[in-house]
Design a protein around this ligand. Structure first.
Ligand SMILES: [Zn+2]
Ligand SMILES: [Zn+2]
Length: 352
């Protein structure tokens, strides 16, 4: 089998080959049918996240061992199963939840494997789906996709669950407008899931007119240029008495987007940071208690949330996120396009 791996941080992915492994115990071997290209793959390939002020968070310090096969948004067909596997069989087409914890700590046992301190995530800390085959350690991480096309379902594994989990943190989702900052692949997924979940209305913010247009077409109630000097005022004008919004989900996570999201809140409002663009921002402390504001990080999603989201999309259909497919062996070109900001929606790799 071929696999596209980070061998040296900051260098293009290398195509390496090895014999296709056979599953043992509870393992399930998938033939990869679709592997989504996520923006965080660029950070993984670079080997760090920007913390602002010239500081970096090294991924190798956090447990990423090289070489590693990237690709954490995968749908595959079961090619073989270990002797202890129950509930899936050869030929099933399934989505793999890549956010795998140690499985034994208190955090994992309560269902929050995405917050485990010893994660084994597929495509980050263990080999993922930029490959012909991939191994999943247990069938509980696999979910049926019903009639959904594999290349359109694959982004649910990261883009989908990340935005679903953020939307679950909005108590006013069905009653008040929600601000969504960023209208790239993640933003359109968030907007689509917001609609499937019965969201009241969505104000989408992006600095790129093409992305605002895409959000408008996808059903955003209003779109705002995040680069405008009065972006906050424009958002507030769309709310009752111009008082501000109850929730802003920031899918960018830059110094500028944090400013817009946090400053748009009403008393009691919540700013939820999801994006990992990087940077920092300064806030005055007294207004946080006096206005009862919440700043909350949201990282990926839990296994129970994955089950809930998959049930929702099997019943109500997929968010209408534009998907472009490219061959697996074009992964480095796909990364370059993503880095250059040339991609509207999602790129998904399919077998070469
Ligand atoms: Zn991702
Ligand atoms: Zn754990």
């Amino acid at each position: 089998m071929r696999m596209f791996q980070v061998c040296v941080c900051g260098q293009p992915l290398q195509c390496n080959e090895r014999p296709t492994p056979q599953p043992t115990g509870t393992q399930v071997l998938l033939k990869v049918l679709a592997a989504g290209v996520c923006h965080s793959d660029l950070h993984l390939a670079d080997g760090y996240f920007d913390l602002g002020g010239g500081k970096r968070m090294s991924l190798q310090d956090r447990g990423m061992n090289l070489p590693v096969t990237l690709g954490h948004e995968n749908v595959g067909e079961v090619a073989a199963v270990g002797p202890e596997v129950k509930g899936v069989k050869v030929g099933d087409v399934l989505l793999a939840d890549p956010w795998i914890g140690c499985g034994t700590c208190a955090v994992c046992l309560r269902g929050d494997e995405n917050l485990c301190r010893a994660m084994r995530s597929l495509g980050v800390f263990s080999d993922g789906g930029y490959a012909d085959y991939m191994m999943v350690p247990h069938p509980r991480y696999l979910f049926g996709i019903g009639d959904l096309p594999p290349e359109r379902a694959a982004p649910l594994a990261c883009s989908g669950i990340t935005t679903f989990s953020a939307l679950k943190k909005v108590p006013t989702l069905k009653d008040e407008p929600t601000v969504i900052i960023g209208a790239g692949g993640l933003g359109l997924m968030c907007l689509g899931l917001h609609q499937k979940m019965g969201g009241h209305s969505a104000i989408v913010v992006d600095i790129d007119p093409a992305k605002r247009e895409a959000a408008k077409r996808a059903g955003a109630t209003a779109v705002i240029d995040g680069g405008a000097s009065d972006a906050v005022q424009q958002i507030m004008k769309l709310t009752k008495d111009s008082a501000g919004v109850w929730a802003a989900i920031d899918l960018v996570g830059s110094s500028a987007s944090a400013r817009v999201g946090f400053d748009s809140l009403i008393k009691g409002g919540k700013y939820i940071i999801v994006g990992l663009y990087g940077g920092d921002f300064t806030v005055s402390l007294p207004p946080i208690p006096m206005r009862a504001l919440t700043i909350q990080g949201s990282y990926l999603g839990s296994l129970p949330e994955m089950a809930e989201m998959m049930e929702l999309v099997r019943r109500k259909g997929l968010p209408d996120v534009p998907v472009t497919t490219r061959r697996l062996d074009e992964v480095n070109a796909a990364h370059a396009d993503l880095r250059a900001g040339k991609i509207v929606g999602r790129v998904v790799l399919t077998p070469a």
